[in-house]
Design a protein around this ligand. Structure first.
Ligand code: CAP
Ligand code: MG
Length: 427
């Protein structure tokens, strides 16, 4: 009960966390929220013989709750500045295993300017559309070679990447589980993709780039791979942010700032923690941490595609990563002021194909996004280059406010894509 104060007005410099919680049977809501605030700050399960003088300054307090939501305010003093790992071992640590709660989900946290100034944020963020692709508005388009793995590094570059670029796409993305396999060594892929990027740029006159996956077994290797990508003239590199972990992503961000590169953040494994509405951590909060650390663009879901993710959370997340200030949404999002941290671009990907792009773009309500269309490009009956063209045609149709079917009358590749997939939403 010492860690509950319903009258408390949190300090401006506190971190205020919103949790969804379900007390275990026999545990009252008060007991549960007291244990959450206590175990995640300086409390423990028993009274102690000695107490340090500083203790009162280290305590978190549950200061508001309703049936299943609690807000806990944490003094900034107890967090190492600039370390997400340090923060999450507190507010995302032991409390998840406490028997006092049956379920617990970290929905969001309002981060004070005092904490935010310990981070650099993205090198480019939304500015990458203009600074890398020299365009006023998006979308940035990308295709990931499918099948996910199986091509050799030369086939990946010569057969697939080159066709994708010739078909009009901006970028070719490594799949999340393509790193350094015997049949597609990382070094070889970087070298070949650079060679065919140059060829495609010369032939099209457009900027072409790639999201080469630097996800690595250790930080030394991560640094080596980022340097290799940089030295081959790429503006981006990609990292699987969840499997790599916060320390690796913060290392990647340091490197991105050194090399003035953009980070494409893939979120594979997020659904292990984000999908259950009652337990884990929200994708919204993972996205907040990634913007803070310095990821320039991050997968946040499509609603219409093949992977789970509710519309309310995806729209709330998109707003939060793109704006400089957002308001509270009960039970879903805390208020947040971003100060000088640049906006992060959302990446829409997963089961997309030309027939459902208009619906997706309506949901996003902006052209400032990255569209990734893998199977929906590589599965085109007329081949890879035609597949890329069909996606570009669907985007053009949308921008001109023309129905896809009408646009398809004069654009064969789109017509063939619609004949194959129609407007189906894959599962
Ligand atoms: C999409 C994808 C991406 C998913 C990740 C895949 O391919 O390459 O990894 O989009 O999910 O492997 O499925 P398709 P999310 O375009 O062929 O579906 O974007 O939700 O993080
Ligand atoms: Mg993938």
């Amino acid at each position: 009960m010492e860690f509950i104060d319903h009258k408390l007005k949190p300090a401006k410099s506190d971190i205020k966390v919103l949790y969804y919680f379900e007390p275990a049977s026999g545990i009252s809501s008060e007991d549960a929220i007291g244990r959450i605030a206590s175990e995640s700050s300086s409390g423990t399960w028993t009274t102690l013989a000695e107490l340090p003088k500083l203790l009162p300054k280290t305590k978190a307090y549950a200061y508001w709750h309703d049936k299943n939501h609690v807000k806990v305010t944490y003094p900034l003093l107890i967090f190492e500045r600039g370390s997400i790992a340090g923060m999450m071992s507190g507010i995302g640590g032991n409390i998840y295993g406490m028997k006092a709660v049956d379920n617990l989900k970290l929905m969001d946290a309002e981060l004070p300017q005092e904490y935010i100034k310990g981070f650099k944020g993205p090198v480019y963020g939304k500015d990458l559309i203009q600074k890398i692709f020299k365009r006023k508005e998006g979308p940035v388009t990308s295709v990931v070679p499918k099948p996910k793995i199986g091509y050799t590094s030369l086939e990946h570059a010569e057969k697939v990447a080159y066709a994708i670029w010739k078909g009009g796409m901006d970028c070719v993305k490594d799949d999340e589980n393509l790193t350094d396999q015997p049949f597609n060594k990382f070094e070889d892929r970087v070298r070949y993709v650079a060679k065919f990027r140059d060829k495609a740029e010369n032939e099209t006159g457009d900027v072409k780039d790639a999201f080469l996956n630097v996800t690595s077994p250790n930080l030394r290797e991560l640094e080596r791979r980022v340097k290799l990508v940089h030295d081959h003239g790429f503006k981006y590199f990609m990292i699987d942010v969840v499997v790599s972990g916060f320390t690796a992503v913060q290392t990647a961000a340091e490197l991105a700032h050194d090399y003035k590169m953009a980070i494409h953040g893939h979120r594979a494994m997020h659904a292990m923690m984000t999908r259950n509405p009652k337990h884990g951590v929200s994708m919204l909060y993972i996205a907040k941490l990634m913007r803070l650390i310095g990821v320039d663009q991050l997968h946040i879901g499509t609603v219409v595609g093949k992977l789970a993710g509710g519309k309310d959370e995806i729209v709330a997340t998109k707003e939060m990563i793109m704006a400089q200030e957002v308001g509270e949404i009960h039970g879903l999002r805390m208020p947040q002021k971003w100060g000088r941290i640049k906006p992060m671009l959302p990446v829409a990907s997963g089961g997309l194909h030309p027939g459902i792009l208009p619906e997706l773009l309506d949901i996003y309500g902006t052209m400032d996004l990255v569209l990734q269309v893998g199977g929906g490009t590589l599965g085109h009956p007329m081949g890879i280059e035609a597949g890329a063209r069909s996606v570009m045609q669907a985007i053009e149709a949308y921008k001109e406010g023309v129905k896809l079917e009408d646009y398809a009358e004069t654009h064969k590749e789109l017509k063939v894509a619609l004949e194959k997939w129609g407007h189906t939403k894959p599962r």
